[in-house]
Design a protein around this ligand. Structure first.
Ligand SMILES: Nc1ncnc2c1ncn2[C@@H]1O[C@H](COP(=O)(O)OP(=O)(O)OP(=O)(O)O)[C@@H](O)[C@H]1O
Length: 454
């Protein structure tokens, strides 16, 4: 068996060099690297599993058989390899667990595994009962983010960042309707939001923005926005209009339900996605940058306005999903110190993304109530890696991600090119940014155009 492994290794290393001459195109060296990595993992597999404590003793019947037949005691067994698949960034190894093993054993050993297999990162994930997948990356994929091409198949699903295991991180509004995104200043929240806007720009969706930094982040993208508020006063009016719009959509759904015995099950609906296409209202994504600005007040009037804003946000978070209204809330902190209603709102935000934060308390605002280890991972994000974040959900799972760096000029170009897709919503008409819609050219504007919607 050992001789076979050595022979395999020799074939993998020497053959490609002998068959081809020295100067080869990039794809050749990539293929060579993949073959080498596959062979290396296969050759070292058993010894690595043994060294990492991931083997189990042989079953009793084999021990008995060995005793009766006076053979050697059988070796401890490693999990069986079901499949090995090279990817753009490394390898995926699918394993069948032995009795007594669980997915946590592999997660706990992932650091040992990555050192032993000479990989940059190893992440274990349970695929189904008794089957675990080890996703290995050969290099730091988050150092220079390159997003692979993704086919836009699902409505309301936007590829927004790269995960540390080399997969694409998608913000799927149908799965996770509302999300919270926290991070210290200069941690990359706005670039994350920009990536989202650009991803959504090509979809059939109405974008509503609240940017209390006087609109510096979202105003340049105004052509693709159905409504935009750049101060708390306008924000309060926009939210009130959005709540009115939500009531109208609920009326529409009620009208279409008309449940009687002869209505087929498939036609009974409780949300916009089951309505017939010609009746389905456009979904709305509400993007809020720097939410704390909405919750701060000095005077009595401002306090009243603040309460109205938070109440409307809570109502949208509680009831918006069925009406196709989704929330994306960004802020440096989002805790109970912002006053009443904040924790109630936070509880409705299922998706959690935390960019670098300066203290554990801020990290706990995103993850404290769902995954403590994710909070720890957030504090450890390096300051020289803006755009890196920890993304999790209420199921307790989390992963490190990083957005590709997207310049404001590129974002403006995409939004301007998709301005004709901006839907009109009656209730939000007074808040539509006053920018002329450019002629429909069907392509992204050239780079020389000014990075402004105005
Ligand atoms: N993925 C990324 N890759 C490289 N650089 C990034 C990335 N994301 C953000 N940056 C850079 O980090 C800096 C801060 O980004 P950004 O403005 O998004 O931070 P922020 O969290 O919104 O900060 P603030 O809260 O102060 O507005 C910018 O210079 C931006 O270019």
């Amino acid at each position: 068996m050992d001789a076979l492994k050595v022979a395999l290794l020799l074939v993998a290393v020497v053959a490609p060099v002998l068959v081809f001459r020295w100067r080869r195109p990039a794809w050749y060296w990539m293929a060579f690297g993949i073959v080498f990595a596959v062979v290396r993992v296969l050759v070292r597999y058993r010894s690595v599993m043994e060294a990492c404590g991931l083997t189990v003793p042989p079953p009793r019947w084999r021990l008995t058989l060995a005793r009766w037949s006076r053979r050697e005691v059988p070796e401890w067994r490693a999990p069986r390899i079901l499949r090995i698949r090279p990817t753009r960034t490394g390898l995926v190894l699918r394993l069948r667990l032995r009795p007594g093993q669980d997915a946590y054993d592999f997660s706990a050993a992932s650091d040992r595994l990555r050192h032993s297999l000479a990989m940059y990162n190893v992440i274990a994930k349970e695929v189904r009962s008794g089957v675990v997948e080890l996703r290995m990356t050969g290099y730091d994929v988050l150092k220079r983010v390159r997003m692979p091409a993704v086919r836009d198949e699902h409505p309301m699903c936007v590829p927004v960042a790269l995960r540390e295991d080399g997969q694409v991180f998608c913000r799927d509004y149908l799965q996770v309707p509302h999300a919270l995104n926290v991070g210290a200043t200069q941690s990359g929240k706005s670039v994350y939001l920009r990536n989202l806007v650009v991803g959504l720009a090509t979809h059939r969706v109405a974008l509503v923005g609240i940017d209390c930094k006087n609109g510096v982040e979202l105003a340049p993208l105004a052509r693709r926005f159905t409504a935009l508020a750049d101060n708390p006063e306008t924000a309060a009016d926009v939210l009130a209009a959005l709540v009115r719009y939500m009531s109208r959509i609920y009326d529409l759904i009620r009208r279409e339900q008309g449940i009687s015995l002869d209505v087929p099950d498939a036609e009974i609906t409780a949300n916009i996605w089951d309505l017939p296409r010609h009746l389905r209202p456009v979904p709305v994504v509400l993007l809020v940058d720097e939410v704390a600005e909405l919750a701060l007040y000095v005077t009595k009037d401002e306090e009243r306005r603040r309460d109205q804003i938070i109440t409307d946000l809570v109502r949208l978070a509680q009831l918006g999903r069925a009406a196709g209204i989704y929330l994306e809330i960004c802020g440096q902190r989002f805790g109970s110190e912002l006053g009443k209603g904040i924790t109630m709102l936070r509880a409705q935000l299922t998706g959690r993304t935390a960019h670098r934060v300066n203290d554990e308390t801020s990290a706990n605002m995103a993850f404290g109530d769902i995954a403590q280890d994710a909070a720890l991972a957030t504090v450890r994000i390096a300051a020289d890696r803006p755009g890196t974040a920890v993304a999790g959900d209420s199921s307790g799972g989390w992963v490190r991600i990083r957005t590709p760096h997207l310049s404001i000029r590129r974002a403006v170009d995409v939004c301007n090119a998709n301005a004709h897709r901006t839907p009109d919503i009656g209730e939000l008409a007074p808040f539509r940014p006053a920018v002329p819609v450019p002629p429909l050219t069907g392509k992204v504007l050239p780079k020389s155009t000014s990075a402004s919607a105005f």
